[in-house]
Design a protein around this ligand. Structure first.
Ligand SMILES: Nc1ncnc2c1ncn2[C@@H]1O[C@H](COP(=O)(O)OP(=O)(O)OP(=O)(O)O)[C@@H](O)[C@H]1O
Length: 289
């Protein structure tokens, strides 16, 4: 049974500690969603998990093996990565960029086989972006590039997939498509660790959540961790969590930020009462992925 685990990891840059004593584990078919304000250290933690940044202390293991002892080839075979931003170095066609996801599985002296190319086309199709295959990576939009990077990580066939804000810069439809793919990958047994700035995403596709602030880090199920109080404590804004029971896939939960100023004497209960009058179709309730 697979287990990817961080045990007491403290990480940062030179002599600056960014995150201290972080521990969690996820297994096959689990998705961990990391939430937290800008600059709190989510990407720094990812860099440590990917072997780019050596933790100051603590251990990162996959099935008990310390990943710091692995070659970069072994790391790439086991752990896939979708970065937050990617500046394309060369004008490769999209299909070549996706086929590069296969590199850790191809001998250093061999070219990609037909199977590798077929796999790359299959990943493009899976994400509904086959039409981009022959376009140059430097000549597609930021959101399209994001989808291509996700396709590249799928072509890698990793056991653990680390995704840094995979839905950033995507239009609404592509956000839902990516969340749906994440749910599907989790069903297929991949372990997914992702960051997002949308707490709704935790309800939609995560089995675990890590809420990170400068003072504390809290792990648990989405229902345990993503609460109105914890979001207020983390982000300093009022949020209401609403439930919808109308979907055939069960109860849906979504977060609605309170953007209007309460009138004098209008407490949280007053705001809640007024929101009850809004038809659910007009609330930003998370949809079923
Ligand atoms: N290469 C670096 N050298 C030194 N400090 C860095 C470096 N990269 C990031 N930092 C600092 O580390 C802290 C955490 O940054 P990080 O990118 O991990 O935050 P984050 O939670 O991913 O933020 P965001 O949500 O905005 O992407 C920030 O204060 C940042 O300035």
């Amino acid at each position: 049974m697979r287990e990817f685990a961080l045990d007491g990891v403290t990480c940062g840059y030179k002599d600056t500690t960014i995150l201290s004593d972080v521990s969690f584990s996820i297994g096959a078919g689990e998705a961990l969603c990391l939430l937290g304000p800008n600059g709190v250290g989510k990407t720094t933690l990812f860099r440590s998990m990917l072997g780019f940044l050596k933790p100051f202390s603590g251990k990162i293991t996959l099935d008990g093996d310390d990943i710091s002892t692995w070659s970069s080839r072994t790391l790439a075979q086991k752990i896939g990565y979708v970065p937050q931003n990617h500046t394309p170095p060369f004008a490769y066609p999209v299909i070549d960029v996706v086929t590069m996801g296969r590199l850790s599985r191809i001998s250093p002296i061999a070219s990609p086989s037909n199977r590798d190319t077929d796999k790359a086309y299959e990943c493009l199709e899976r994400l509904g972006i086959s039409h981009l295959a022959d376009k140059l990576y430097t000549q597609i939009s930021g959101g399209e590039r994001q989808m291509v990077l996700i396709a590249r990580s799928l072509a890698q066939e990793p056991e653990v997939l680390v995704m840094d804000e995979p839905t950033a810069s995507l239009d609404y439809g592509n956000q839902v498509r990516v969340l749906r793919q994440i749910s599907q990958l989790v069903k297929e047994g991949i372990s997914v660790i992702m960051t997002t700035h949308f707490p709704d995403h935790a309800f939609l596709c995560a089995t675990k959540v890590g809420l990170i602030t400068r003072e504390w880090v809290r792990f648990g199920t989405p229902d345990e961790v993503v609460t109105e109080d914890s979001l207020k404590e983390t982000y300093g804004v009022d949020v209401r969590i609403v439930k919808e029971h109308t979907c055939k896939c069960g109860t849906l939960k979504g977060c609605i930020p309170i953007v209007e100023f309460a009138a004098a004497g209008d407490g949280a209960d007053g705001i809640r009462d007024r929101m009850r009058g809004i038809p659910s179709s007009q609330k930003h309730v998370a949809v079923c992925a």
